[in-house]
Write a protein that binds this ligand. Structure first.
Ligand SMILES: [Zn+2]
Ligand SMILES: [Zn+2]
Length: 265
């Protein structure tokens, strides 16, 4: 087996430059136009079929054929305030870069021996966290984000978890299928990082609208440690910052999780 961590490490400089580009166009809820364009260009380059303009600025992207497994990620930055301009204070720029890194690793295999479809769900306006029925997550689902989908996975960087570690979320909806995909994700992370680097966390709300998708389709979320020891800054705080050196780890964990899920009959 080719080591996915090595393969992802080879993409690290691309992941970083993509994050940099996204970082320079921080757009708040429903205004993610430049973000969508950057994402679309990156995905077209690796063969994805795109549907754009869903819930204003959202994207759905598919590649492959057969069994569908999805990855969700949010696109929005925090809005400008009295104190500062709009900025990616929740790390969605980093999440998107990780997801595109994983997509490249998976897409390579879908052009070869591996069968299945990878669907990417790039959702705007996750920071509004609205429960209204017209919230962006529901608009994405309405537009077909979860059609024929066997499982949905998510990743969110976490600046309060030490860089290099990962924390898989214990399902709130405690069904056997949710537990099954939690196990696949946890195993995938343990294989790559070692048991001591992977924990299981309980969180009542899942990262940035991901839980809306789990109401429809089973799946699992991982928090990727990007915390800088000695200066853990919380999300949404003005001094939010992350250790970027671990971003390829997130791409590898996601890719391993999706490939294992596609390999199940
Ligand atoms: Zn946030
Ligand atoms: Zn977030």
């Amino acid at each position: 087996m080719i080591n996915l961590l090595d393969e992802a490490r080879d993409l690290q400089s691309d992941i970083l430059s993509l994050r940099r580009r996204l970082q320079t166009t921080p757009e708040p809820a429903f205004q993610e136009a430049a973000t969508a364009e950057t994402v679309a260009n990156a995905l077209k380059a690796c063969g994805f079929q795109l549907k754009m303009g869903i819930a204003e600025t959202g994207l759905l992207a598919d590649t492959g054929a057969g069994k569908v497994v999805a990855i969700h990620t949010a696109m929005d930055a925090l809005p400008a305030s009295d104190k500062q301009a709009a900025f990616h204070g929740c790390g969605h720029d980093a999440n998107m870069a990780c997801v595109i890194g994983a997509a490249r690793i998976i897409a390579r295999r879908l052009r070869g021996q591996t069968s299945g479809t990878l669907r990417l769900i790039f959702q705007p306006a996750a920071e509004l966290s609205s429960h209204a029925s017209n919230a962006a997550a529901y608009q994405m689902i309405e537009a077909g984000a979860l059609d024929n989908c066997s499982a949905v996975f998510g990743i969110h960087v976490d600046s309060t978890i030490r860089s290099g570690r990962a924390a898989v979320v214990e399902p709130v909806l405690n069904s056997s299928t949710h537990q099954h995909f939690r196990e696949i994700m946890q195993q995938s992370a343990v294989e790559l990082l070692g048991k001591s680097q992977v924990s299981l966390v309980t969180r009542t709300t899942y990262g940035c609208d991901f839980s809306r998708y789990l109401e429809k389709v089973p799946g699992s979320l991982v928090y990727l440690g990007v915390g800088i020891p000695g200066k853990f800054a919380s999300h949404h705080s003005p001094d939010f910052s992350i250790d970027e050196t671990s971003l390829y780890v997130g791409a590898a964990v996601l890719a391993n999780t999706v490939l294992k899920t596609l390999a199940e009959k």
